[in-house]
Design a protein around this ligand. Structure first.
Ligand code: SF4
Length: 607
């Protein structure tokens, strides 16, 4: 099959066995790769009601037809599982170089099944596959393990590794790779840890078959040229995602003290230019990226270096916990990466605990003596360590804010900033209705990457509740995640404004099949509906309540900053949902109607 490795590797950890299967052509035809493979395989292979941390759950690691080829940003790989954080669908996109090696080893997917009786790591070198003992690595941080493997096997080997967070069952543990790239959200690292897999080491040397080499080369070069000529290239490469920090602060989208406001009085010292000047030492990118957004930083005060922080981390472990020094944020970033926990969910959990403390809901007796006032840097560092070890108050916060708030009660549920159990990423949405809807309806919980609409809100009128906004969100949800399906990066389109039609001949040259963006969006819509059905299948009583945002965004207007006194009413929240369900072809309770499933050809899939 052109554009594919042609093989799926299935690893039975319980019985210490593995086997390879040919990638089914119809899987490639209907679901294309990456996130599409993951969503389909999760629905079909993981039985209803499976315990996310039990042997029945599986972890699907999938590349796409772009992965490993000369397409800008073709270094993305998709990790899918049943989430231990939310109990629903989880997928996380990881950049770097791992997915290219998967394809060079002939693999479209790696499926981890069962539970190993002891810690192991998976070693893949072309056709060689071994499940090796990792007892001596268990308990180690991700950086030390990656370094050890690089020294042992060589730089050509790519490593995906979990830290203590994943070993200890932190619900939002991530997978770390390339000293700073993550499959971050939803607890994919937790599932890897539950299977006792510490790491995957991979290297390959095979060619990827391509349908029409000339056409693929021509289209790939056109894409690289468009990136090189893009007006925004210099600025984007200089700042990466931190390019939006000052803007978010100015317009009131910068999460501040557990999202109680959208502007931070200490924000200026976190802005991109300050970070660039004070700590950034070099740029770092994924496989085949002409516009590296990764920033490698040196924190003189701590004598440490880290890749990051990028915008989400600056928001969640900076302003949202009241920290205004970029070195402190970068150090918190380093701790999370080494411990193997998601910076966004960790920042959300810490901020929630800080608000509990300031309101007297948690006292020093419950916080192991820590003073959890906003801005207390040492307490933030201590909490991150405790979370990863599930020690003291850390065991509560390791559950995620939804479950932690349910346990503590006393009104703390109202300021657990999450949707479907996933902590909201770093855009305050008090009066930004498109972005609010994007969070409410995102298929993994409150994550931004499916439909990043915060700038659109400002263009159209942030408070407006109109069908056009809803249509925009739906279009983005169908379109943007297609990059995760294809194994590419969306940021060249988002940030450099690359014409998306340039990708069409590239995909055709690789696979030999012409697919327009309308065709691709149809695949995106099919995946969106399938994941929605997955949520409903796994959660009795799944309905519109699951799509509601934190009450903070419709009950508590900020008392300061650019969005002072602004709020979205609960009536408007419901109007947004009504319009969304109608435009999606879903029932009043948010479930795909029979006609919709028919039109997408999904009935047989879910039968
Ligand atoms: Fe990776 Fe950033 Fe380049 Fe995308 S823009 S491929 S995330 S380095």
């Amino acid at each position: 099959m052109n554009g594919y490795g042609g093989t799926i590797l299935r690893v039975d950890l319980t019985n210490n066995k593995w086997k390879k299967e040919p990638t089914p052509p119809e899987l490639a035809r209907d679901w294309l790769g990456g996130r599409g493979f993951g969503a389909y395989l999760l629905y079909k292979e993981v039985p209803k009601g499976a315990d996310p941390l039990g042997p029945e759950n599986k972890l699907f690691i999938s590349s796409g037809p772009f992965s490993g080829l000369m397409i800008p940003g073709a270094g993305k790989c998709d990790w899918t599982t049943k989430s231990p954080l939310t109990g629903g669908y989880a997928d996380a996109s990881m950049g770097g170089h791992f997915t290219a090696e998967m394809k060079y080893a002939g693999l479209d997917s790696i499926i981890l099944e069962g539970i190993s009786p002891k810690p192991v790591y998976l070693f893949i070198d072309d056709d060689k596959v071994e499940i090796r003992d990792a007892s001596d690595l268990w308990g180690k941080g991700t950086f030390a393990v990656e370094k050890e493997f690089k020294e042992k096997f060589g730089e050509a080997y790519q490593i995906a590794v979990i830290g203590p967070g994943g070993e200890n069952g932190v619900s939002y543990a991530c997978v770390n790779h390339d000293y700073g790239r993550q499959a971050g959200r939803g607890g994919v690292g937790t599932v890897m840890g539950s299977k006792k897999v510490k790491a995957i080491v991979i290297h390959g040397t095979k060619s990827i078959p391509v349908a029409n080499v000339d056409e693929y080369r021509k289209a790939g070069m056109a894409l690289f040229k468009a990136c090189k000529d893009a007006e925004g290239l210099k600025e984007w490469t200089r700042y990466g995602t931190t390019i939006v920090t000052s803007w978010c602060d100015e317009v009131g989208a910068f999460p501040t003290r557990n999202f109680s406001a959208g502007s931070f009085e200490g924000g200026k010292t976190l802005y991109g230019p300050v970070m660039r000047e004070q700590i950034v030492i070099t740029d770092k990118g994924c496989f085949g990226c002409p516009c590296p957004c990764g920033k490698y930083s040196n924190m003189k005060r701590y004598g440490t270096q880290v890749e990051g922080p990028e915008y989400e981390t600056i928001g969640m472990l900076g302003s949202n916990v009241g920290i205004s020094d970029i070195q402190d944020v970068a150090q918190a970033n380093l701790l999370c990466d080494d411990l193997g926990i998601d910076t966004i969910s960790a920042g959300g959990a810490v901020a929630w605990a800080m608000e509990c403390y300031e309101k007297g809901i948690l006292t020093k007796a419950e916080t192991d003596g820590l003073e959890l006032n906003f801005g207390n840097v040492e307490s933030v560092f201590a909490l991150l360590e405790k979370i990863a070890k599930r020690e003291g108050i850390g065991a509560l916060l390791a559950e995620g804010t939804k479950r932690a708030a349910k346990k503590i009660g006393m009104g703390s549920e109202k300021f657990a900033i999450q949707v479907k159990g996933m902590e909201q990423s770093a855009y305050a949405t008090h009066n930004a209705t498109a972005m609010l809807l994007a969070y409410m309806t995102c298929d993994v919980g409150a994550h931004h990457n499916r439909s990043w609409a915060i700038t659109y809100d400002l263009q159209v009128g942030r408070e407006k509740v109109v069908p056009e906004k809803v249509a925009r969100i739906i279009w983005l949800q169908n379109f943007r995640p297609m990059f995760d399906v294809l194994g590419g990066c969306r940021l060249q389109w988002v940030e450099l404004g690359i014409d998306r039609d340039l990708y069409v001949p590239a995909l055709e040259g690789i696979t030999g099949i012409h697919r327009s963006w309308e065709d691709l969006e149809k695949v995106g819509e099919r995946i969106w509906n399938l994941t929605r059905l997955y949520w409903a299948r796994e959660n009795d009583g799944f309905d519109r309540e699951w799509d509601l945002p934190s009450p903070r965004f419709y009950q508590e207007p900020p008392t300061s900053g650019a969005t002072k006194d602004q709020i979205t009413s609960f009536e408007d929240v419901n109007k947004l949902l009504d319009m969304y369900y109608e435009q999606r072809g879903w029932s009043d309770n948010g479930l795909p109607k029979s006609e919709k499933l028919d039109s997408l050809g999904l009935k047989a899939t879910v039968a």
